[in-house]
Design a protein. Structure first.
Length: 158
């Protein structure tokens, strides 16, 4: 009987996904702390920004843009809708509902932008310009690698 390989060893090093998720949680906590005075989380801030940029957008398009599934998106939109920061209108296709910011939502976005900018500056200063540029490049490459693998897996399942 052979001895099983220890679960923690790999020629690829530590689990990249776990490392990325741990870093993302810590970075999210930093942004959340600094956005606290505006009463939004960094996830909610990202939703407000993306909706504002689009003017109006469907849930499906917003979920795709943010790389979220629709269920997660809906769960994250609920507090914003309850707070009166979003409204929905019928699209060209009557089945389609378009999300947009209300006046209150626009004010909340402006208020939180100042705090987000501070969070961004804190992180960018801590990282330094060269490392921040490397991080952005590495994150783009990681996202692309994951997308390619997801497509290949999806195509092989068909």
């Amino acid at each position: 009987m052979s001895k099983p390989e220890p679960l923690y060893t790999s020629e690829f090093g530590p689990c990249a996904c776990s490392q990325l998720r741990r870093a993302a949680r810590k970075l999210s906590a930093l942004y959340d702390r600094l956005l606290e005075d505006a009463g939004v989380t960094v996830t909610q801030y990202a939703l407000l920004v993306n909706i504002a940029r689009a003017g109006e957008i469907t849930r499906t398009a917003l979920a795709t843009q943010l790389g979220m599934d629709r269920t997660t998106l809906t769960r994250n939109l609920m507090p914003l809708e309850k707070a009166g920061l979003l409204s929905a209108a019928l699209g060209a296709d009557r089945r389609e509902r378009l999300i947009c910011l209300t006046e209150k939502g626009t004010r909340k976005l402006s208020e939180s932008y100042v705090l987000w900018k501070r969070a961004q500056a804190v992180f960018a200063t801590q990282m330094g310009p060269a490392k921040l540029k490397q991080l952005r490049s590495a994150l783009q490459a990681a996202e692309l690698a994951a997308e390619i693998q997801a497509e290949e897996t999806s195509n092989s399942a068909s």
